[in-house]
Design a protein around this ligand. Structure first.
Ligand SMILES: NC(=O)c1ccc[n+]([C@@H]2O[C@H](COP(=O)([O-])OP(=O)(O)OC[C@H]3O[C@@H](n4cnc5c(N)ncnc54)[C@H](O)[C@@H]3O)[C@@H](O)[C@H]2O)c1
Length: 284
């Protein structure tokens, strides 16, 4: 049961692929909270039954767009304003893809064409999206733009590869454009840094199951799941967060502030031969 937190608001949600997608949960929750919105994804993704089903369920128009293509993005914003009946109040960028990860090219053997694609799809598309909205003056005052990030922007995590560089750029774009859009139009821009989550994109990350287990053991509140992330996104779209901008906000159960936890230490100690450990668990 929603609380009408987004009643009267118009949005655009990019990146819902299937019911595991974080954007999918955001769409369901935003609908429950009274928002009207359009959905966008790649031309191929929009032809898949899943997204069509979400559009029907939430009464949303589906607008195909390659997020790296500015003309496609212009069409998304113009069509959205037409079908929703006015300027936009919130935008979710929930897009990420690395061909280096997909093709198992490790960080010290990157394919640079793939790297350009990773940066364009996963980070520069955020700039393109915001610049398109800005030029079309498509967003209402106090509107909210959110993109999803990961702690690999700040810390090195094995296997995250060139997506770490993309996330660092994504967060930087939120700050740089957040200054201009805030100053000129009172629009806020933030990134939410989410725990590792099982989704189609998440499953591509090397050792994702171990990473999820490790970060859950390290986080005092445990990992945040896709629904937790949707709740945070909806809060960020609401009027309760009007003065929050240019931030990278961690939705990670506390992981990003931890160095070592008891639960992770216990598991680490299990990897040693018992004879190598003193009674308190330390190495002899
Ligand atoms: N799953 C995780 O562990 C995790 C953790 C932190 C942040 N994130 C971020 O959350 C966001 C959403 O990912 P998800 O985990 O829900 O996975 P997902 O696979 O469900 O979503 C990724 C989306 O990106 C879309 N996409 C790819 N290329 C595109 C393009 N050129 N134009 C438009 N759309 C394109 C895909 O079609 C898909 O809908 C990503 O930015 C991801 O990096 C995910």
């Amino acid at each position: 049961m929603g609380c009408n937190l987004l009643k009267g608001k118009r949005g655009i949600i990019f990146g819902a692929l299937n019911d595991m997608s974080i954007a999918w949960k955001v769409a369901e929750l935003a609908h429950e909270e009274g928002a009207i919105f359009t959905l966008s994804n790649t031309h191929i993704a929009c032809r898949m039954g899943n997204v069509v089903e979400l559009a029907k369920k939430t009464g949303s128009e589906l607008i195909p767009a390659d997020a790296t293509n500015v003309e496609d993005l212009e069409n998304v914003f113009k069509t959205s304003m037409e079908v929703l009946g006015g300027k936009i109040d919130f935008v979710l960028h929930s897009i990420g893809m690395s061909l280096n990860v997909r093709k198992k090219r490790v960080y010290n053997d990157l394919d640079y064409n793939f790297l350009s694609k990773t940066l364009d799809i996963s980070a520069i598309s955020f700039h393109k999206m915001i610049q398109t909205a800005y030029k079309l003056d498509a967003i209402n005052e106090w509107g909210s733009i959110v993109a999803l990030s990961y702690v690999a922007a700040q810390r090195t995590l094995y296997g995250y590869n060139d997506m770490a560089d993309a996330k660092a750029l994504l967060e930087s774009i939120a700050r740089s454009f957040g200054y201009i859009y805030g100053r000129e139009k009172k629009v806020r821009i933030n990134t939410i840094s989410q725990s590792p989550t099982i989704t189609t994109a998440g499953s591509g990350v090397k050792g994702i199951n171990s990473l999820i287990d490790f970060s859950d053991r390290m986080s005092p509140l445990g990992n945040a799941d896709a629904l937790d992330c949707a709740k945070y996104c909806v809060t960020m779209f609401s009027d309760y967060t009007r003065k929050v901008t240019m931030q990278n906000l961690f939705n990670d159960g506390g992981f990003s502030s931890m160095g070592m936890s008891l639960r992770a230490m216990d598991q680490y100690n299990k990897s040693f031969d018992p004879e190598e450990l003193a009674e308190d668990g330390s190495e002899i």
